[in-house]
Design a protein around this ligand. Structure first.
Ligand SMILES: Cc1cc2nc3c(=O)[nH]c(=O)nc-3n(C[C@H](O)[C@H](O)[C@H](O)COP(=O)(O)O)c2cc1C
Length: 153
């Protein structure tokens, strides 16, 4: 099974999660959605992951889903979100309902916040809204493996 893992990440958190997923799979191409994307047709399995900002996934992820929606319905698909507060609303807001129904795996992975990598505004919002000031990372191998196992099953 050839897998393409695509991620949309602002401060590197989602990239880290995508790398951890890739480490648990064989035959993987890992790719940043804000860069060049390989021909998706050549892959059996496509994973799309994005961080959530104010309940929205990143625009490059939205653009990819809109452009390749029909192709994705012919593939084994995994979706993951990265954020600090899980909310079921994020799925309905950002993904077509058929895609959610068809996906082999759809998981909220938790989030990563590194004040050293974030800009002033992001640090401000995290401090005031998220009550998070220091390094935060609640990603664990259990979540990663659960996602990968669903995708493979
Ligand atoms: C300005 C701002 C808004 C955010 N909004 C949300 C949100 O609505 N829901 C959520 O769960 N996490 C939210 N987060 C947390 C990020 O999604 C989380 O830290 C994520 O892992 C960052 O991934 P990235 O570095 O790949 O962009 C927000 C963070 C910032 C800085």
């Amino acid at each position: 099974m050839k897998t393409l893992i695509l991620y949309a990440s602002k401060n590197g958190g989602t990239k880290e999660i995508a790398q951890r997923i890739a480490n648990q799979m064989d035959n993987v191409t890992l790719c940043d959605l804000s860069g060049e994307i390989p021909q998706v047709e050549g892959f059996d399995c496509i994973v799309v992951g994005s961080s959530v900002y104010a309940a929205q996934i990143r625009k490059e992820a939205l653009a990819f889903l809109a452009k390749y929606e029909d192709v994705l319905y012919t593939k084994r698909v995994g979706l993951f979100l990265s954020g600090i507060r899980e909310n079921q609303e994020y799925w309905q807001k950002n993904f077509p309902s058929r895609m959610l129904a068809d996906a082999k795996a759809a998981k909220f992975m938790g989030g990563i916040f590194d004040p050293k990598r974030a800009g002033l505004m992001d640090r401000f919002v995290m401090r005031v809204v998220g009550k998070i000031k220091t390094y935060h990372n609640d990603i664990d191998d259990e979540k990663i493996l659960e996602f990968v196992n669903k995708l493979k099953s």
